[in-house]
Design a protein around this ligand. Structure first.
Ligand SMILES: [Zn+2]
Length: 243
């Protein structure tokens, strides 16, 4: 492949030895790329700050034997700088990166939708300065949708009976009607179900009109859905390894 260009968001970054840095990026064209940036300490002005987590960069890479090598990096958006000293935004931004990291399938599998979602989420967090908790939950739900887990909070996700419904089943991926409701499904009040729906569809005006208690309940549902699907993913992987 030789030399190639791409744009990406830095998900993780750590120093390797005295002067190098290993970065994990979600790129637009090449999916997850792990690459090494050499001499970041010596040429701190060129690379160091640009390759920090949350940075959105345009970069040039050279295909290497094990890891690709970053040869150029230009900042498209310094999201981490925009966060400033805002701890709630910083924490939410870190959680967004972590969620993206965990939902990503395999290295080099392009996921331009997740890339767009990630850039959009960081933009909403740092530039338009939406509520950090809402940004994180909207990102989680939409990332699940992009990953093919299709959450839904209106019609019953099992039989399609029109909503609104008041229970969520994790294995069904969302709302379930009274007939389909399995034992142990979580009761979700109408206000919370509505909020989950507007977070998924990206209706910020409606999401921001929600009450704090509904946001807390919605966060709990999003966290449980993410947890369930990530663990299910791990389970199916183990099954593949056995067969
Ligand atoms: Zn049903």
């Amino acid at each position: 492949m030789g030399l190639y260009r791409d744009s990406g968001v830095v998900l993780r970054s750590h120093l390797l030895g005295e002067a190098d840095k290993i970065v994990t990026l979600l790129t637009r064209e090449n999916g997850v790329v792990r690459a090494v940036a050499k001499g970041v300490r010596r040429t701190r002005s060129r690379f160091g700050a640009r390759l920090e987590p949350m940075s959105h960069i345009d970069l040039q890479l050279h295909t290497g034997r094990s890891l690709d090598v970053v040869t150029q990096a230009e900042t498209l958006h310094a999201f981490a700088t925009d966060v400033g000293g805002d701890y709630a935004r910083y924490t939410a931004g870190t959680a967004v990166l972590e969620t993206a990291m965990r939902l990503l399938p395999v290295e080099r599998e392009p996921s331009p939708q997740l890339y767009q979602l990630l850039v959009g989420g960081l933009h909403a967090l740092t530039v338009t300065r939406r509520d950090p908790g809402l940004v994180l939950d909207a990102f989680g739900l939409r990332a699940l949708a992009v990953a093919g887990y299709g959450p839904g909070f209106e019609a019953c996700t099992r039989c399609g009976a029109p909503g609104p419904h008041t229970a969520v089943a994790l294995d069904a991926g969302g709302a379930v009607c009274p007939q389909c409701r399995p034992p142990g499904a979580a009761h979700v009040p109408p206000e919370t179900m509505h909020l989950l729906g507007v977070l998924l569809s990206g209706d910020w005006a409606a999401a921001e009109a929600s009450e704090p208690w509904a946001r807390r309940r919605a966060s709990g549902v999003v966290g449980a859905l993410l947890q369930w699907h990530l663990e299910a993913g791990v389970r199916s992987l183990r099954l593949v390894e056995r067969t």
